[in-house]
Design a protein around this ligand. Sequence first.
Ligand SMILES: Nc1ncnc2c1ncn2[C@@H]1O[C@H](COP(=O)(O)OP(=O)(O)OP(=O)(O)O)[C@@H](O)[C@H]1O
Ligand SMILES: [Mg+2]
Length: 273
Amino acid sequence: MSADLLQVRDLRVSFGRRTAWFRPRSARRAEDFVAVDGVSLTVAPDEIVGVVGESGSGKTTVARAIVGLVRPDSGAVLLDGVPVGPVGRRTTAQQRTAQMVFQDPRSSLSPRMTVAAIIDEAWRTHPSAAPSGDRTAALHRLLDDVGLDASVAGQRAAELSGGQCQRVSIARALAVRPRLLVCDEAVSALDVSVQAQILRLLVDLRERHHLAMLFISHDLGVVHQIADRIAVMRRGVVVEEGQATDVLGAPRHEYTRSLLDAALELSGTDPRE
Ligand SMILES: Nc1ncnc2c1ncn2[C@@H]1O[C@H](COP(=O)(O)OP(=O)(O)OP(=O)(O)O)[C@@H](O)[C@H]1O
Ligand SMILES: [Mg+2]
């Protein structure tokens, strides 16, 4: 059995040009748009792997395939060495293993639900992860884990700041005791100072809970702060992959160099600093 928690093997995902609510896979046509074209990735337990690439390079599509929200044309997603299908075909344990944290914390939480109800919903979806004892105490422990005060429990998502909402999203993911967080642009919608706080929280959580992460971002500076290894995607393909220090310090692919130059030009500071 492989030591990797996540393996993505030669994943290919295409989307139909025409909208149809149902189209069997056999009806996929040559003009379908190939968003992910043979991507392979691994994430070991406790490891944070960054995925960078320009808009439209297929990062979100890979993330959605990993958590089972997108059905690949071919290739495989393996958790603990076991191939897993879309959500409906996964065992509850497999569904719990990989949890996603989305970009916009406001739209990924129901604004009218209280924080307590949001977490309770996660426990109802995965009863095997629900606390057997005092739920309120467990809720407060969970909030404390993500740096939120217990008083937030009764507040509605709409009343919280962007940073607080993202902490709630992370708490919701943690509620089902995952082993892998798939963070898709999880700090991109936040102010720079809040970004830094959430990145620190994620690094902290990795240590406290032995979590692995696939951390997707278009921002090289952000990925540099958190990732052990980095995969660079372009047009549905991983063009370069390696230790973060190597990929950013001595990029082999011209596209990685152009991403670094663009980041430098945009911010005026070197993303590796
Ligand atoms: N459900 C869909 N239907 C049709 N095309 C899609 C769908 N989802 C993604 N695509 C297309 O697939 C390509 C890759 O999209 P994806 O969202 O994975 O890119 P991304 O790297 O996450 O970009 P961004 O940095 O903007 O989030 C894009 O061209 C996008 O338009
Ligand atoms: Mg995306």
